[in-house]
Design a protein around this ligand. Sequence first.
Ligand code: BGC
Length: 745
Amino acid sequence: MRAEDILRELTLEEKCSLLSGKDFWNTKSLIRFGIKEVMMTDGPHGLRKQAIDSSEVELEESVPATCFPSGAALASTWNKKLIERAAEAIAEECLENDVDMLLGPAVNIKRSPLCGRNFEYYSEDPVISSKIAKHFIKGVQSKGVSACIKHFAANNQEYRRLTTDVIVDERALREIYLKSFEEAIKEGKPDAVMCAYNKINGTYASDNKYLLNDILRQEWGFEGVVISDWGAVNDRVDALIAGLDIEMPSSYGVNDKRVYEAIKKGEVSEEELDKVVLRILNFILKHQEKTDKIKVDKEKHHQLACEVAKEAIVLLKNEDNILPLDMSKKIAVIGEFAKKSRYQGGGSSHVNPTKIENAYDNILKYSNSVKYSDGFIVDSDEINENLLKEAVEVSKEADIVVLFLGLPERYESEGFDRVDMKLPNNQNILVEKILEVNKNVVVVLSIGSPVEMPWAKSVKGILNGYLLGQAGGSAIASILFGESSPSGKLSETFPIELDDNPSYLDFPGSNDIVKYGEGIFVGYRYYDFKNMNVLFPFGHGLSYTKFEYTNLSTNKDTYNEDEDINVVVKIKNTGNIKAKEVIQVYVQCVNSKVIRPIKELKAFEKVELDIGEEKEVLIKLNGNEFSYFNEKLGKFYVEEGEYEILVGSSSRDIRLEKRIKIEKVKEEKQRFHLNSTIQDVIKTEMGKKLLKDLVKEIGKADEDNVQQKMMKEFYLNLPLRGLLYYSDGKYDLEKLEKLIEVLNS
Ligand code: BGC
């Protein structure tokens, strides 16, 4: 049966009943049409289907599923195909468990390193975030499982996340926070979008017509359903009008009744309701066909989780090529994290893994001269003198110390933010003490988000493992011993200290208001603009080999604003291990008329190269991607002029540059009004002609004469209405209106 046919048969009560969940995880069924409920579960880096029919979030009780690296780590692979494969595997586990929709990907921007959910999110940069999400969605949906991108939008902190009002300017909203969803939604076409808990500029995301209707549906052409985050609905009637389809979880009939009454009273029309119900029916109908039960090969998925984990590991520092480890050397493994992996974050994304590998057991597979000591207790911030002493003794006798540090679970999770960017002090002290007896220290980090590293200059190696999922242990050992070369890159900046971060002055806000005062200058956009030193820049990640970048070219030098730009570059592996590299393409607007970041990531490609191998790589850009959001025009706008194409291995390791020009086919017609300034008016030929006497006067001003310079600037900044006073009576209102009419004609 078609959705339209069912809709025609439904009573008003039945229509209203579809507007909310049956329970915590299912939509309602329509028994008289033989329509079953649709089941949705978390996500995003593995399946979390609660084993029991729970009406509460019981975070530990879910069916065993493969725990893939969490969002931050997934994004560090910069490998679109690999992410698609991981997403396909997660979807297969959904099918095996009769789950119709996965609640992921989660793509909120990492505005502050402190956000408790950063481990789940992809990046501080919307371009990589949206591209990764797009491939994740494609992977999930290729198996017939729906994906639900979340949390729309600007849910960038956990502190008072259900009530905080995010005050963000339109340009930052469009260029950063919404951009992280845009490509994923337009090109990935997820079946569902989950609205956020918070308010955006005064209106709850659930009731936000501007977001849910004007932008999401009208501008981006989204055709799926919008569901609420769990308990995010503020006012069900407003939410319905705004374009929210399904309220989750069940509100036990209360809100369905509210809508029913609103329709009866004529506050909302039934046509309005029908639009929503039709969308819900179309979504539900997608999942009515019984698919053949599949049996997942869990070992195969574990191996895939390991492949992803290997590519996610970021080699941050490698002085004296201390890595890969020399197998003939005596190795001290220090830190409880080596034995008790921290491999995922807490909250709704918490997966019950099919198995867990730790790093220590895997290190033993490569070397038989390993000594171990705990060094500290993960569950405590106290310094344990005995453990400290033992670790120092073990380190003294070793050639190399591999030190496992990280953020304990109680430091970061969904639901709360971190209070600072530090590791527990007992860990920092341990590094110091070990460095006193052994200089060959390699730190391996298990973290969901950046930490300060006061010892970064003194240790020789730093390997960032993020939260690598259930196979992280073997992935770490494989990288440590050089079985594979690291190829992960940071998708976020590691600032030196927390107060370097642009959100520092307003995070997490107060009185339920957080102002995004840094505007578009989030992450590297800020550090670059201010020319600041950072601990590790966006895009950074070392390899065991070297790559040579040459022959950057584009197919033309001048393009129209909506034309494809073919960027071609040669890359060669000049070292002696097969490895992968991420070619990053940034764009810089050379002479912008508005304030813009120094450079912005626009595209990237990960390539694998054998020893000595060279490849020519084509990366496509489009002139439209060079735009910024022009608040006056209310849309993205490409400036005519010169742009630098910057190709490199990180945002601060640009290897090649090429300048191109963008020409506009059609210049935006400017509309003039009484408040248009003289300088804007006389930029046009007509304006120059109409105000020729004034132009002449201004032209005569002697720049070295303060008085004349001041008067010149005064006239240039004068709005047209000011000519009433400053034209010796030449203009009255009527004449000004006439002038404006001619300018606009
Ligand atoms: C989280 C969502 C999650 C939902 C269901 C909410 O609290 O914000 O990301 O999908 O719970 O568990």
